[in-house]
Design a protein around this ligand. Structure first.
Ligand SMILES: Cc1ncc(COP(=O)(O)O)c(C=O)c1O
Length: 386
C-alpha cells in the first residue's frame, strides 16, 4: 500500500484525550483533565433549539450562517469591545472555533509559511498549521512572567517566511490573560512586519479580576486580524459545535470557500440556540463565571499551600502549577498521580516543551470534587517532596 499523508502521520494524537480515556475507565477517579464546562447548556438555550426543530428548522443555511445570527454576533462584539464587523461580509458562522482555526490557516497559508504562537499552547495549533502546509513556530513564555507574551522572543522568531501570529488570551492551558500593553506591542510588531493576527478568544467571557482585551479593537489591528469566537465555553455549549470568525471581507471570502466545500454550514438548530444565547444568555454566563471564580480562588490557594506553586490565572478555567518541588517530570507526575490517587490531570509538556515541569488542572468540575482531588494531590506530593 502507498504511504498515507506525511503531514498527518507526523502529528501525534492529542495527549489530553489519552489521559481522559484512561481516567474514564478507572473507578473513583476524579478528572481535572478535560477543558469542558461541567454545566449543562442553560435551559432557555436548549429550549430555543427544541423550538426550532419543532418548527421545522432542519435545512442548510447560508454558507455564512443565518443572517440573524451574524447580526447578533456583530451587535454583541460592538457592544462589548467596540469593534465593527459587517454581518453581510465580515462574519462567518463556523463549526466551533476548531473549524474557524482550520479554515483561517487554509485561507492564509502557502506551503512553508510560518505561524508563530506562544507556548505553552492549545494542542490544536501546531497540527492545524501543519495540516494547512505551514510551519508552526512556537515561542516559549515563562512561568515567572506569568506566561505573558514575550515580545522580545516574538521579534527574534520572525523570519521572511513569517505569515501570522496566533494568539490565545485568556489562555489554554495557563489561564494567563495578556496585558493590554503586551497585546498593543504584538499588534505594533505585526504592523511593522506585515503579519496577520489570528486571535482565538474563545475564553473571552471567562475572566476574573481583570478585563479582556479584544485584539481587533487595538489600533491598527482590525485590518489584519481574524477574530475567532465561540459558544462552547461561555455558554456551556461544547456539544453544539458552533462558533464564528470575523475578519475583513476578502479574508472571510477565502475562509468561506473552504467552509463551503468542506462543511457547507454549521447545524441550523445550533445556530438558533446560539442566537438565543446572545439574546438572553448574559445572566447565565455571569452565574457560571462566578462559580468558576470561586473554584479558582480555592484551587490556587490550596495548590500554593501544598507547594505546587502557581501564578493565579486570570482567565479560562485552568491552573498550570509548577511541579518542580516533586522532582518529577510532567508525565511521571501525571501517571503516578493517576494510578496512586485516582486523579487525572494533564502533563504540561503536551502543550509544548515549555510546559514541562507543569501540569494542567481544569476547575470546570464541582467544588466537592475539586476539594477531594486537592486532598489526594496533597497526599501524593507530601510523599515526594524534595
Ligand atoms: C483555546 C481553545 N480554542 C479552541 C477550542 C475549541 O473550541 P470549539 O469547541 O469552539 O471548537 C478549545 C477547546 O478546548 C480551546 O481551549
Amino acid at each position: 500500500m502507498k504511504p498515507l499523508s506525511q503531514a498527518v502521520a507526523s502529528v501525534p494524537p492529542s495527549g489530553i484525550r489519552r489521559f481522559f480515556d484512561v481516567a474514564a475507565q478507572l473507578e473513583d477517579c476524579i478528572s481535572l483533565g478535560v477543558g469542558e464546562p461541567d454545566f449543562v447548556t442553560p435551559w432557555h438555550i436548549r429550549e430555543a433549539a427544541i423550538w426550532a426543530i419543532e418548527k421545522g428548522f432542519t435545512t442548510y443555511t447560508s454558507n455564512y450562517g443565518l443572517f440573524t445570527l451574524r447580526q447578533r454576533i456583530a451587535s454583541h462584539l460592538k457592544a462589548r469591545y467596540g469593534v465593527d464587523y459587517s454581518p453581510e461580509s465580515e462574519i462567518i458562522v463556523t463549526v466551533g472555533v476548531s473549524e474557524g482555526l482550520d479554515i483561517a490557516m487554509r485561507a492564509l497559508l502557502n506551503p512553508g509559511d510560518e505561524v508563530i504562537f506562544f507556548e505553552p499552547s492549545y494542542v490544536s495549533y501546531a497540527p492545524c498549521v501543519l495540516f494547512a502546509g505551514g510551519k508552526p513556530v512556537p515561542v516559549p513564555t515563562d512561568y515567572r512572567q506569568g506566561f505573558q507574551p514575550d515580545v522580545h522572543r516574538l521579534r527574534e522568531a520572525i523570519t521572511p517566511r513569517t505569515k501570522a501570529v496566533l494568539l490565545c488570551y485568556p489562555n489554554n492551558p495557563t489561564g494567563a490573560v495578556a496585558s493590554r500593553a503586551a497585546l498593543e506591542e504584538v499588534v505594533r510588531i505585526a504592523v511593522e512586519h506585515d503579519l496577520y493576527l489570528i486571535t482565538d478568544e474563545i475564553y473571552d467571557r471567562l475572566v476574573y479580576d481583570t478585563q479582556h482585551t479584544c485584539v481587533a479593537s487595538l489600533p491598527g489591528a482590525a485590518e489584519r486580524t481574524i477574530l475567532l469566537g465561540g459558544f462552547s465555553k461561555s455558554y456551556a455549549m461544547t456539544g453544539w459545535r458552533i462558533g464564528y470568525a470575523c475578519a475583513p471581507a476578502q479574508i472571510i471570502e477565502m475562509m468561506m470557500k473552504v467552509h463551503q466545500y468542506t462543511m457547507l454550514c454549521a447545524p441550523i438548530a445550533a445556530q438558533k440556540a446560539a442566537e438565543e444565547a446572545l439574546e438572553r444568555g448574559e445572566p447565565e454566563v455571569e452565574r457560571m463565571r462566578r462559580e468558576y471564580d470561586r473554584r479558582r480562588r480555592l484551587i490556587v490557594e490550596r495548590l500554593n499551600e501544598i507547594g505546587l506553586e502557581c501564578v493565579p490565572p486570570q482567565g479560562a478555567f485552568y491552573v498550570f502549577p509548577s511541579i518542580r518541588c516533586t522532582g518529577l517530570r510532567s508525565e511521571e507526575f501525571t501517571e503516578q498521580l493517576l494510578w496512586e490517587e485516582r486523579v487525572a490531570v494533564v502533563p504540561g509538556n503536551v502543550f509544548g516543551n515549555s510546559g514541562e515541569g507543569h501540569v494542567r488542572l481544569s476547575y470546570a468540575t464541582s467544588l466537592p470534587k475539586i476539594e477531594e482531588a486537592l486532598h489526594r494531590i496533597e497526599r501524593f506530593v507530601n510523599k515526594r517532596r524534595k
